[in-house]
Design a protein around this ligand. Sequence first.
Ligand code: CTP
Length: 211
Amino acid sequence: VLVTAGPTWEAIDPVRYIANRSSGKQGFAIAAAAAALGARVTLVAGPVALKTPVGVARIDVESAREMADAVRRAMPADVAVMVAAVADWRPKEYRAEKIKKRGDAPPALMLTENPDILTNVATAQRRPELVIGFAAETENMLEHARAKRKRKGADWIVANDVSGNVMGGDENRVTIISGDGIETLEEMPKAAVAMALMERVAASLRAEAAE
Ligand code: CTP
């Protein structure tokens, strides 16, 4: 099982970066749950202050491009769970020296798009049997999550409403969207969300194997 977690940092200059509020807690909990259920787990983690779950092989990365490379190298996998809050954009150019204040005009920050790791995994030649993405939304959660599932070629999308304090918090309320339908779980600790999700993953793999 291959899991991504945490934010990515996109460097502007040696002292500044673009980031987001992801704590990595949900992704780490998923890696821990998969390992507890007996999977061999690789966890590709952005910059977070979390301990490596027992039995998990962890690869630390900083930027989206480093995460994309680490994920490519960690393939093939039977299952990919892409939980990381990958920065959609990075500064177009990295300035090797600290950008200094001069005059009145603040510098313009030109951005360019990062690779979409979930889409890359879902369209890879040796695609995992089950590819799961997350959708962090602040409005029209289901509609956006359904569109994201199609657009990114994921089998399941786990949608969560992040308009409250989910990011960084210890509880989560998620809706799992698959080709077969929608299931909304109660709000519960992120570790319990992780176990519920990985139990469904295990059941789905068993059902596939039985066919
Ligand atoms: N994701 C990824 N690589 C990216 C951006 C996102 O792998 N460069 C993955 C995330 O790990 C998550 C899913 O895609 O599993 C959803 O990411 P999200 O940022 O919500 O989707 P976007 O396509 O960026 O849509 P938007 O920001 O417009 O909501």
